[in-house]
Ligand binder design. Structure first.
Ligand code: TXA
Ligand code: MG
Length: 297
C-alpha cells in the first residue's frame, strides 16, 4: 500500500490525516462527516465557532460547495489554483455547520502539492483541514512538526517533505463587492487586484472570522519586533540571551520562519528578536505572522 492509499483508507473510515501542502501541513478529515470534523476541533483544542477550509481537487468542484459561485471566485480559482489561495464563497446547502462555524460562507482551496492533489483526486469529496498544529502554536511546515504537536492524536501523517512556501494561504472574501483580502499570503493583494482588474475593499467586512484577528500564532518564546537590523542590534544589546531572526530573501524568510520559531522554543530560547521585512510582496504575510506571534498574550 502506498502512503496515499493508507491516507485514503483512514479518511474513508472517518479518521484524521495530516496532509502536506505548499503552505503548511493541514489536519484533514472528510468534510461531509460531522463526527470526523468534530474530531479535528477536539484534537486541535480549537474553538468550535472557527470555520475550517475545505480542500478540493479542482476549481470545477467549487459549485458542489457553494450556493452560487461569485464571478470573482471563478476567476481567481481558475487563475491561481492549485495554489496558496483560499476563496470564501456563499456556502451550499449541504455544507456542515461544523465546517463553516455556523457562518453563511465556506472557504475553498485547491492546494498545490502532488501527494495531496493525488489524494484529493482519488477521494470522492472535500477535505476539511485547518493547519495541523495544536491551537495556540505556530503552523507546522514539516511532518516532524506535526508529529511533535499531535502525536498519536493524528491517525496518519502523509509526509510530503517541507512545505515550500511556509506561511498559510491568502484568504480572499469573494462574497463582498469588491472582494477583500482577509489574510495575506504568497499570492499578494496586488496580484489579486490585478487579476480582478479592480481595487480591493478594506478587510473589515463581516467575514472576518473569530481567530483571524487574534494573536494565536504564538510560539512560547517572547517575540520582539525590530524595524530593521539597527533596531534589532540595540534590542540585542539590552538582552544578549535573545536570538535574532532575519532574512533578506523574503521567500526563504517565509519558508523557514515557523521552523525557526519552533526551533527556538525547542531549545528553550526565552526571547527572539525578529526583523520585520519590508511591506512589499511576501513581506506583508511575514509581517502579519510576526506581528501575531509578538502580540501580548
Ligand atoms: O494554507 C492554509 O490555508 C492552510 C492549509 C492547511 O491549507 N490552512 C489553514 O487553516 O491555515 P487554518 O484553519 O489554520 O486557518 C484558516 C483561517 C482561519 O482563521 C479561519 O477562521 C478562516 O481561515 N476561515 C476559514 N473558513 C472561513 C469562512 N468561511 N469565513 C471566514 N473565515 C474563514
Ligand atoms: Mg491555523
Amino acid at each position: 500500500m502506498s502512503d496515499v492509499d493508507q491516507a485514503l483508507a483512514v479518511l474513508r473510515a472517518g479518521g484524521l490525516v495530516a496532509i502536506p501542502t505548499e503552505t503548511v501541513y493541514g489536519l484533514a478529515a472528510d468534510a461531509s462527516n460531522a463526527d470526523a470534523v468534530h474530531r479535528i476541533f477536539a484534537v486541535k483544542g480549537r474553538p468550535v465557532d472557527h470555520p475550517v477550509i475545505v480542500h478540493i481537487a479542482d476549481p470545477a468542484e467549487m459549485g458542489a460547495w457553494a450556493s452560487s459561485v461569485p464571478r470573482s471566485a471563478a476567476l481567481l480559482g481558475d487563475a491561481c489554483w492549485p495554489g496558496p489561495l483560499t476563496l470564501l464563497v456563499p456556502r451550499g446547502p449541504n455544507v456542515l455547520d461544523a465546517v463553516t462555524g455556523g457562518r453563511s460562507t465556506v472557504g475553498l482551496r485547491v492546494p498545490a502539492h502532488p501527494l495531496t492533489l493525488e489524494l484529493l483526486h482519488r477521494f470522492d469529496g472535500g477535505l476539511a483541514a485547518p493547519s495541523a498544529n495544536r491551537f495556540g502554536r505556530v503552523s507546522p511546515t514539516t511532518a516532524d512538526h506535526v508529529r511533535a504537536d499531535l502525536g498519536d492524536d493524528v491517525d496518519f501523517v502523509l509526509d510530503g517533505g517541507p512545505s515550500p512556501i511556509g506561511v498559510e494561504s491568502t484568504i480572499v472574501d469573494c462574497t463582498v463587492d469588491p472582494p477583500q483580502v482577509l489574510r495575506p499570503g504568497a499570492i499578494t493583494a496586488d496580484e489579486v487586484a490585478a487579476l480582478l482588474r479592480t481595487p480591493l475593499g478594506a478587510a473589515d467586512g463581516p467575514s472576518r472570522a473569530p481567530g483571524m484577528l487574534a494573536s494565536h500564532y504564538a510560539p512560547r518564546c517572547r517575540v520582539l519586533l525590530a524595524d530593521g537590523e539597527a533596531e534589532a542590534l540595540s534590542l540585542y544589546e539590552v538582552d544578549p540571551t535573545a536570538e535574532i531572526i532575519a532574512d533578506d530573501d523574503l521567500v526563504h524568510y517565509a519558508r523557514t520562519l515557523f521552523a525557526r520559531l519552533r526551533d527556538a522554543d525547542d531549545r528553550g530560547v526565552p526571547t527572539v528578536i525578529a526583523v520585520l521585512p519590508p511591506a512589499t510582496g511576501l513581506g506583508h504575510a511575514i509581517r502579519d505572522r510576526l506581528t501575531k506571534a509578538a502580540s501580548p498574550r
